[in-house]
Design a protein around this ligand. Structure first.
Ligand code: SF4
Ligand code: SF4
Length: 107
């Protein structure tokens, strides 16, 4: 099992989640974070930290977000580890209220 970052994170990237991860499982892309499924120990402490509720346990990922399970696994090995919170993207608050934004994902 692992935890999974879903669509709500795209173009927000608030990074509140990374400070609490005990195993540094978060990886940073241009406008999205992914969780490395090989590192995540399923502790769940990152879930309440996310202001846009983007993080789910693998078995609880909503039906319309199932593709993000494979996407996290695919992208995490390509991206660098992020361990400290940093400033959100400049237009994060605008994107936080947008539900459908898969097309915005940069790799
Ligand atoms: S706190 Fe949520 S929106 Fe922010 S980077 Fe983490 S998963 Fe993405
Ligand atoms: S569930 Fe725990 S180990 Fe997995 S990404 Fe979140 S904080 Fe890190």
């Amino acid at each position: 099992m692992t935890f999974v970052v879903t669509e709500s994170c795209i173009s927000c990237k608030y990074t509140d989640c990374v400070d609490v991860c005990p195993v540094d499982a978060f990886r940073e892309g241009p406008n999205f974070l992914a969780i490395d499924p090989d590192e995540c120990i399923d502790c769940a402490v990152c879930v309440p930290e996310c202001p846009v509720n983007a993080i789910f346990a693998e078995e609880d990922v909503p039906a319309d977000q199932q593709d993000f399970i494979a996407l996290n696994a695919e992208l995490a090995p390509k991206w660098k580890t992020i361990t400290r919170t940093k400033a959100a993207l400049p237009d994060a608050d605008k994107w936080a209220s947008v539900a459908a934004k898969r097309a915005e994902l940069k790799r």
